[in-house]
Each structure stands twice: as C-alpha cells, then as structure tokens.
Design a protein around this ligand. Structure first.
Ligand code: SAM
Length: 284
C-alpha cells in the first residue's frame, strides 16, 4: 500500500531526475486525473492509500512521463481559455500564448455584433475556433485542417463546449476547400523553420505532430500563403489575425505591406514579451 503523500513525493523526485521542468506539478496533475479527483481532494486526504491496481496503473502513466510524453497527452486534455480541450497525438497541445490571439480578436469584435463569418485555418484541437464561437454567439466558424484526425478531435471539442451547430469542420489545404469570403481570418499556422526543428524540446519533437510545427526554410511558408490569399478572401473591412513565431515580426509586416490590400497592420506581444500576434484590416 502507498499513500498519496508518499506517491506524490516519490513521483516528483523521479520526474525531476528525468529532467521534467515541473516535476511536482506533473505529479499532482497526473495523480489528480488518474484518480479522477481534484487537487483539493489530494491535499485534504494525503493519507489515502492507493490500491495495488491503482498504484500499478499510475506507475504506467509516470513511466510515460519519464519517457518524455507531455502530461496533456497522458491525461487526454489541456486547459485553454479556462475550458477543457480533449487532446491526443493527432493535435498540437494548445499553448497559453495562443490565448493572446483570442484576446486580440475580442478587442475588435463584440459578442452582440452582427453575423460574422470566420475561418480558423489549421484548427488542430479546435482551440481557437471553439473559443471564438463561444465568445461571439452570432458567429459561424469554418474550421479547416489537413489532418482528419485533428478535425475529429476538434469536432468533439466543439460538441462538448456547445458550439458544434455553428461550426463546420472541413479537411483541406488552407482555404482550398472552403469557398467564399470571410469577415475574420484567424490562424495559428505551423511556424518553425525546418532547420530549427531539432532545437525544439524532446517532448515536442517526439510526441507532437510534425505537420503542426514545421513551415519551410524560414518558418513563414504558411503566413505567406494565408496573407496572399487572405487579400481575396477577406470582405472589405474584415480582419486577419495570425500567431507568429520568434523573429517573424518584420517579415510578416513586409508580407502584409507588399500585398497592398491591407491597412492597420499591428502586433501584440505575449506575456513573455515576444511579438506573438500579427493583425491587419482588409482595405474596403
Ligand atoms: C500550430 S498547429 C495549431 C493548432 C491550433 N489551431 C492551436 O492553436 O492550438 C497548426 C495546425 O495546422 C494544420 N495544418 C498544417 N498544414 C496545413 C495546411 N496546409 N492547411 C490546413 N491546416 C494545416 C496542422 O495539422 C495543425 O493542426
């Protein structure tokens, strides 16, 4: 028999030795999900013993974490915008930085505004599209991805969060399979330069989908395409919001300017001080 206090201590030491940057948090989150309880219950009942079967099952989860698998894939979910999103290895784990893109969009659009047609390109788990559909109740969101597995996960997230009837999930390359014009284009496209992929943390490289990360030699291949075709696909006065990677601000600004169809080009930093969101308005 092993009690919660002992197992948490032992797991945190074990994960620390394996190089986890947040061993105690990992241990708490894994055990909380494994026992289908919350952190308060773990804290209030440190003396509770795990059965042999529970201890063996939990050891298998810890072993996955020791081998570098992200906690979100092990527990099958990640919190984003205070909502739980199902994740699996078909989708990128939504990152907190992407919440800056949502904040930026919501600074321009009000929940009581008119009907909005939105496209979320490369929806992955559906994080951006689902949150926007919830926050903007008159919006209809087309969520696209090349990955059928990602679209399945995104569809389930939309259903769980009550917005499935205002979202369409469409497999295809960028805009290719979605006709018409939009009021709002949003995307967190892949943006890692091919030769920087090996610099990503091991957990990202070994477990997250490559197709969600790599974007040509300079990391801006998708931004280039989205900005180019976005000029035709945005209604006059419509807006585009793109998450950008490290060092991409000048390049993305140039892409918007050279296209000629955009004004009000702006950038927003994330909470780490990095330029993270690019936005522009389609000239009328
Ligand atoms: C960085 S992930 C973003 C996922 C999600 N939007 C988020 O913010 O967490 C990029 C997504 O783009 C998708 N993708 C890659 N190439 C694509 C393409 N040519 N057309 C549409 N989606 C693509 C990937 O499958 C992946 O789901």
């Amino acid at each position: 028999m092993t009690d919660i206090r002992t197992i948490l201590h032992r797991t945190a030491c074990d994960l620390s030795a394996c190089g986890s940057p947040s061993p105690r948090l990992d241990a708490d989150v894994l055990l909380m999900h494994f026992l289908k309880t919350d952190r308060l219950q773990l804290c209030m009942h440190p003396e509770r013993n795990l059965s042999e079967e529970e201890a063996a099952g939990f050891a298998r989860w810890v072993d996955r974490r020791r081998r570098g698998e992200p906690v979100a894939y092990i527990v099958g979910e990640k919190e984003f915008w205070s909502l739980r999103f199902e994740v699996n290895r078909e989708v990128l784990i939504p990152r907190p930085e992407t919440e800056c893109l949502i904040e930026e969009v919501l600074g321009f659009y009000s929940p009581v505004g008119g009907d909005l047609r939105i496209i979320d390109i490369g929806t992955g788990s559906g994080a951006i599209g689902v949150v926007l559909a919830r926050e903007l109740p008159t919006a209809r969101v087309a969520a696209t991805d090349v990955s059928p597995g990602a679209l399945t996960v995104a569809g389930r997230n939309a259903f769980v969060h009550g917005v499935a009837e205002r979202m369409d999930f469409i497999q295809g390359d960028l805009f290719a399979t979605v006709p018409g014009k939009f009021d709002l284009i949003v995307s967190n496209p892949p943006y890692i330069p091919a030769d920087a992929y090996h610099l990503l943390p091991r957990g990202v490289r070994e477990f997250e989908p490559q197709a969600a990360l790599i974007a040509g030699p300079d990391g801006a291949a998708f931004h280039r395409e989205i900005i180019r075709e976005g000029a035709d696909r945005l209604k006059g006065g419509g807006r585009i919001f793109l998450e950008i990677g490290a060092g991409h601000k000048e390049l993305v600004e140039t892409l918007f300017r050279e296209e000629g169809a955009y004004g009000n080009i702006g950038f927003r930093k994330d909470y780490g001080g990095m330029d993270r969101v690019a936005s522009a308005r389609r000239k009328a």
